[in-house]
Design a protein around this ligand. Structure first.
Ligand code: 16C
Length: 265
């Protein structure tokens, strides 16, 4: 009965906005700040990051990690994209309306709760099955925020130098949650912590800038526990193929979508 009620609510009647008093708000704030610091941490030193994919200015690093025999390798990727802002990058990464246009691993996606409109949503996604593993689903909150205050304090820049002055920083943080209660059905549920940080640099006065004066540095971090058995070789070969495909496709998509639109700082 409860499952049916959940389904009915999901389809007809998203929950009202409850951001301030929401049970998850403390976790959302803390995780977002923690992921922001983690994203901007260097790749050298004792982190043990190994480069596994590179294409132009895009570089992807992994750290090998197994938990209970399951591959959970964390990933950190950096990229530099010209002509778009951090806010635009984050908008397209966050917005449910456009997700099917760039996210190729999806079978279905639903917003199951609106914690704060245009800022914090809970998603339920079913991903395409990869043979011979069971199909995966994910239930996670997704939060978009401007991070300028904290950004001024962190001097450690990843990736190649870019021209201009740092003008604005935005991020999206996604993290698994267990409410609202959504049945897993035939899937195994993955546990994910993902973030996308964008830092926009502008040459000259931002007020009169044109797109050729903008560069955005992107840092994408992901840590996914597959939630149940899947062969290590399959997992590693999937992510080695899927992460570069995602970041190239997504950044190109945002460039194409924004090139003839007014700049959104
Ligand atoms: O961050 C990305 N997308 C966000 C919005 O969708 C969100 C999603 C996280 C991805 C969760 C992955 C769930 C398992 C995917 C199963 C793989 C399907 C491949 C199908 C190919 C035809 O934060 C961009 C995500 C980029 C894609 C990453 C793929 C990572 C694979 C990691 C292995 C997980 C276990 C798979 C078990 C077979």
């Amino acid at each position: 009965k409860r499952q049916i009620r959940n389904k009915v609510r999901l389809l007809q009647d998203p929950l009202p906005e409850t951001a301030k008093s929401h049970l998850l708000s403390k976790e959302i704030e803390e995780t977002t700040n923690e992921q922001f610091r983690y994203a901007l941490m260097g790749l050298g030193g004792e982190g043990g990051w190994q480069l596994f994919a590179e294409d132009g200015l895009m570089k992807m690093y992994k750290r090998e990690l197994e938990v209970d025999g399951l591959v959970c390798d964390p990933l950190k990727a950096v990229h530099v994209v010209k002509g778009v802002t951090a806010r635009e990058m984050c908008y397209y990464f966050f917005a449910p309306e456009v997700r099917y246009e760039w996210e190729t691993t999806l079978e279905s996606m639903n917003v199951v709760e609106v914690i704060e409109k245009d800022k914090t949503l809970v998603f339920h996604q079913i991903h395409k099955r990869v043979w011979p593993a069971a199909q995966r689903d994910a239930l996670f909150w997704s939060h978009m925020e401007q991070m300028d205050k904290e950004c001024k304090a962190s001097g450690d820049q990843l990736g190649p130098p870019v021209s201009g002055d740092l003008c604005s920083t935005w991020m999206v943080c996604n993290k698994s949650c267990d409410t609202p209660e959504i049945p897993v059905g035939r899937c195994l549920r993955v546990f994910l912590t993902v973030c996308l940080v964008g830092q926009t640099y502008v040459v000259g006065d931002p007020k009169s800038a044109t797109r050729d004066k903008l560069t955005t540095r992107i840092t994408y971090c992901s840590s996914i526990n597959p939630g149940g058995w899947a062969p290590a070789s399959v997992l590693r070969s999937i992510y080695k193929r899927e992460y570069p495909k995602f970041l190239k496709r997504f950044t190109l998509y945002v460039k194409e979508q924004t090139e003839n639109k007014p700049i959104l700082f």
